[in-house]
Design a protein around this ligand. Structure first.
Ligand code: APR
Length: 254
């Protein structure tokens, strides 16, 4: 289970870190309170702040970091049952984790849908307008096109329901870079059997790790990438992780 904290090392701010989180930097947008930027009612009232933020978060500007490649290594070794992410930056896919192994619980920028006629569009149609500071409109009915990320109050993607079978099957739950503040995603942290160890890798204690830890909980607190690299070292995967990152990021520098 992951959140925005795994992408801060890629240069994408998280939401709630004091001063540096996205929610404390939205003053420049004309919004009543931070979460409004992801609320449908406000979006229909004024879509400009959202599209300005989307332009800042344009996936093409960012690259996965060692944490994303650690999950790729787990997958390559046949150890990843599923990666549940709240992130909309798509960096898990860029790191080579197959979509079948992913649950993008808060949606993705990969596709977009007209808010009036519900026609679906590939993301490139939408990004051309957004990067040119234009509001994307549907060529069929002129309605506003919204990327398929989940706004507060919207249904989560159908794939989120995979948790019903995944979590009872898990023999280890790793939770990284999330404040566990947003439901229903946060409650997944309680969905594994009490006999299953839970590993929290985060700056600070969050969720039930803070108010009611389980006997088999392990917490690695502090800088996320350093702790993921420490975990890789304990597993004897340091070299493999390092060469995977070089092989993949070398791909980008070509
Ligand atoms: N090292 C360790 N921990 C970090 C680091 C780092 N470099 N950077 C951030 N964190 C931690 C923060 O301390 C915080 O506990 O990651 C967590 C990020 O929490 P949030 O900013 O709340 O992000 P997230 O949990 O993903 O938010 C959930 O809220 O607004 C909605 O839909 C949005 O998906 C998002 C959801």
């Amino acid at each position: 289970m992951v959140g925005a904290g795994i992408s801060t090392a890629s240069g994408i701010p998280d939401f709630r870190s004091p001063e540096i989180g996205l929610y404390s930097k939205l003053q420049k947008y004309d919004i009543p309170y931070p979460e409004a930027i992801f609320e449908l009612n406000f979006f229909f009232h004024n879509p400009k702040p959202f599209f300005a933020l989307a332009k800042e978060l344009y996936p093409g500007n960012y690259r996965p970091n060692a944490t994303h490649y650690f999950f790729r290594l787990l997958h390559d070794k046949g150890l990843l049952l599923r990666l549940y992410t709240q992130n909309i930056d798509g960096l898990e896919r860029v790191a080579g984790i197959p979509p079948a192994k992913l649950v993008e619980a808060h949606g993705t920028f990969a596709t977009a849908t007209c808010t009036v006629c519900h026609n679906q569009f590939p993301s490139q149609d939408f990004w051309t307008d957004v990067l040119a500071d234009r509001i994307p409109h549907c060529p069929v009915c002129t309605g506003i096109i919204k990327p398929d990320i989940v706004f507060f109050g919207e249904q989560l993607p159908q794939r989120f329901l995979l948790h019903v079978t995944d979590f009872p099957m898990a023999d280890l739950l790793i939770i990284l870079g999330t404040s566990l503040e947003v439901e229903p995603f946060a409650s997944l942290s309680e969905a594994v059997w009490s006999s299953v160890p839970r590993l929290l890798i985060n700056k600070d204690l969050v969720g039930s790790f803070a108010w009611g830890p389980r006997s088999k909980d392990v917490m690695l607190l502090g800088d996320l990438v350093q702790n993921v690299e420490k975990l890789a070292e304990l597993l004897g995967w340091t070299e493999e992780l390092r060469s995977l990152v070089q092989q993949e990021t070398g791909k980008f520098n070509r």
